[in-house]
Design a protein around this ligand. Structure first.
Ligand code: SAM
Length: 292
């Protein structure tokens, strides 16, 4: 079969099984198998594939129709133009989280222009490390700490740090197992910037989520009754840990934005702003610590 025919067969199969984005998923799986990118597939539609590749391709497609996400099948997810290793120990990075990274990068750039100092940055609830590692990739002059309660997630974030930033830069990253900010409070460690995409799904909703989301770690999703359990704690903790006019960026569900703005205000943050995600819903909120 040619590459074009193989891809078309994949699209058909995924469509018959009700997969939401059959074209994209069929291309991603085939490109992964051939170790090429999607553009290469388009430019080489007429090339023949051997039967070994065909068999492997249909085996990947059957995992997809069984409800596994493409990212868990290929072990890779693109985020901020970088390829992150993922496993079922970590949440698959979402495009909407790039909004948080872009706004945090813009804050870092302003800080660098105003203060000429290296910022200490904490990515709390780091999972794959996608937020903190992207910040360090695009703004290398930071001191980075990645923290998560899950040791398995920290192992994946270390793999990503080494691959994306290189072994030398990765040696300068601090990887910390911590229940929210407890470790840093105990050790009196402070930061200029804290970024976090914590678990924020209301518990009752989790059983109704799509099958592929339910394969993600429960602790990466579960935000308690209203989804705000961890966010309430981390906002009160963060105000103790930020230096000067340090900033806190939190991703959340659009419905939680009002409560988060209120929590930030009640905990002494100012210059509170929320930013829209790719569908135009507010998804990320920033607060600046108020100096008294
Ligand atoms: C929504 S995922 C975010 C992962 C990654 N930052 C991203 O944006 O793709 C939340 C992460 O928080 C971690 N987590 C859950 N409870 C935690 C806690 N009490 N303290 C620290 N991390 C926690 C989970 O292990 C998971 O990796």
């Amino acid at each position: 079969m040619t590459i074009g025919a193989l891809r078309a067969a994949g699209v058909n199969l995924l469509r018959q099984h009700g997969v939401e984005s059959p074209e994209l998923d069929a291309s991603l799986l085939l490109a992964h198998l051939l170790q090429k990118d999607r553009t290469w597939l388009v430019l080489n539609q007429g090339a023949d594939c051997d039967t070994g590749i065909e068999a492997q391709y249909f085996s990947l497609l059957s995992k997809r129709t069984a409800g596994f996400s493409v990212a868990y099948i290929t072990g890779v997810k693109e985020f901020m133009g970088l390829d992150f290793t993922v496993s079922p120990a970590v949440l698959v990075p979402r495009p909407d989280t790039e909004i948080l990274v872009e706004n945090a990068l813009s804050w870092l750039t302003t800080m660098a222009q105003q203060k000429y100092k290296t910022c200490k940055v904490l990515d709390l609830c780091t999972g794959s490390g996608c937020i903190g590692i992207s910040l360090a990739y695009y703004h290398p002059d930071i001191e980075l700490t990645l923290a998560d309660i899950s040791q398995e997630a920290l192992s994946i974030s270390r793999i990503n740090g080494e691959r994306i930033l290189g072994p030398e830069k990765c040696r300068s990253i601090q990887f910390v197992q911590s229940d929210l900010l407890a470790f840093f409070l105990e050790n009196h460690e402070q930061f200029d910037l804290i970024v976090t995409n914590p678990p924020y799904v209301p518990r009752r909703i989790i059983p109704n989520l799509a099958q592929e989301i339910q394969q993600e770690p429960y602790i990466a999703l579960d935000g308690g009754e209203d989804g705000l359990d961890l966010i309430r704690i981390l906002i009160t903790q963060a105000k103790e840990l930020l230096v000067g006019e340090g900033a806190l960026f939190i991703e959340s569900d659009p419905e939680q934005i009002g409560s988060i703005q209120e929590l930030l205000k009640n905990n002494g943050f100012h210059a509170i702003e929320s930013y829209p995600d790719l569908s135009g819903s507010l998804r990320c909120t920033r607060g600046i610590r108020l100096i008294r």
